[in-house]
Design a protein around this ligand. Structure first.
Ligand code: NZQ
Ligand code: ZN
Length: 387
């Protein structure tokens, strides 16, 4: 097992009817900016619960943060923060609202003129440097509610970049599985696929000696497989919803990756497909992952075979046969969620994409991706071509 340090300061308040606890967690003298997305919280009662909990607090609101939070919109929010001397941010939404809030937390204290630099360089925000913030999660998927990473898009330049740092953990996050009642099935499928992919990015490298971490990751994958049909069914199942929500948080709160090498190439490439075609984040991962695993079959086959064996109970065949079956099982799982796994199923305009991504990675000096930091822009070109 590799050496590691682990600190996750985010307090989790989990369960039905817990949103009212906001009032106990936020300092009384906070000047709060309540941030939300396109308005789903107005229809499902979450906004009313939040407002009721914040009675007596000084609250300004900023709505309209779009999916794949847009830099230009966030710059408008930054102005509201400055104009109103805001000193506490409350994100009420999914990964996009939470990520946008993390960017604002960092940007408000960043002295540079061009705030996009934060994502470009990327500046690792130090402990305590961001404005304090908390979240009320409405969509399980990204794990952003309990990690310090974030992703911001800039449509004008076809960019979608990620960064983060130890000063950007939420102070607390409220996770009420009841919010899942109102999520469209397509978004639930995205959430399952995203969390599943987060585990795979940390798992699908090579068999390691970090036995506990490997088993934890396999448990999350199996639990997601088990609850998927239940959370996608018409009837709401509170226990399935709870397990789904907690799996998503546990998949990316930093715990399972301690002591192991991680990959993250699928996300790096997937972000390009969202930036260029607007494809939902999770769906880009389903497009890239199978090709990535086939392209890197020789280095990943040991772990792919372990995945097939332990997660899908495939016990027959050689390492290579099991590994290939593992990839097929993964594709079938995405399909069972109603998620297509070929780029051509999302856009007719896919020709030339591989070249453009290769160029972008070369320009950004992303010259070595993957667990061995050896995947070159030319390798990325081939993976996108296969997808
Ligand atoms: O905007 P509203 O009206 O709220 O609607 C949202 C949005 O249209 C809707 N929604 C959310 N909760 C709902 C709901 N609809 C009904 N009922 C509810 N309870 O769902 C839509 C998608 O929301 P969004 O926040 O965009 O989805 P998600 O949580 O999947 O976040 C995606 C973003 O997170 C980034 C992605 O790249 C993408 O930009 N990621 C962040 C990560 C992190 N911070 O660690 C890691 C991930 O890998 C990912 O890259
Ligand atoms: Zn993701």
């Amino acid at each position: 097992m590799l050496n590691f340090e682990f600190k996750n300061p985010t307090k989790i308040i989990f369960g039905k009817g817990e949103i009212h606890k906001l009032s106990k967690e936020i300092p009384n003298d906070a000047k709060i900016l309540l941030l939300y997305g396109g308005g789903s919280i107005m229809k499902n009662g979450v906004y009313d619960q939040v407002k009721a909990a914040l009675q007596g607090f000084e609250v300004t609101e900023f709505g309209g943060i779009p999916a794949n939070p847009e830099y230009d919109v966030l710059m408008d929010a930054l102005k509201v923060i400055k104009d109103n001397n805001i000193n506490y941010l409350l994100a009420v939404g999914g990964g996009s609202v939470i990520d946008g809030t993390k960017f604002l937390s960092a940007a408000a204290n960043y002295s540079g003129e061009d705030k996009w630099e934060i994502l470009k360089k990327p500046v690792r925000t130090m402990e305590g440097e961001g404005i304090p913030f908390a979240t009320v999660l409405t969509l399980p998927a990204t794990g952003s509610e309990m990690n310090s990473g974030y992703v911001v898009s800039r449509r004008g330049t076809n960019e979608k970049l990620s960064t983060g740092g130890p000063g950007l953990f939420p102070q607390f996050s409220i996770l009420d599985p009841e919010v899942i009642r109102s999520i469209p099935k397509k978004q639930i499928a995205n959430g399952i696929a995203d969390a599943y992919s987060h585990v795979l990015e940390q798992y699908m490298t090579f068999p390691t000696s970090a036995t506990l971490q490997e088993r934890m990751m396999e448990s999350i994958l199996q639990t997601l497989q088990e609850v998927a049909p239940k959370v996608l069914a018409e009837e709401f199942d509170y226990d399935a919803a709870s397990n789904f929500m907690w799996c998503c948080t546990m998949a990316l709160n930093g715990l399972v990756s301690k002591g192991v090498l991680t990959d993250w190439a699928v996300h790096a490439i997937g972000h390009e497909l969202t930036a260029r075609f607007g494809i939902d984040h999770a769906r880009t991962l389903a497009v890239i992952a199978p090709s990535h695993y086939r392209y890197n079959f020789e280095t990943k086959k040991g772990k792919l075979a372990q995945y097939a064996e332990r997660v899908w109970n495939i016990t027959e065949g050689s390492v290579e046969e099991k590994a290939e079956k593992g990839i097929v099982k993964l594709e079938e799982f995405f399909h069972s969620l109603g998620i297509d796994t070929k780029l051509s199923q999302y856009t007719e305009d896919y020709r030339g994409t591989a070249e453009k991504i290769e160029e972008a990675f070369t320009e950004r000096k992303w010259l070595g991706l993957g667990e061995y930091k050896k995947l070159s822009p030319q390798d990325v070109y081939k993976i996108v071509e296969m997808s």
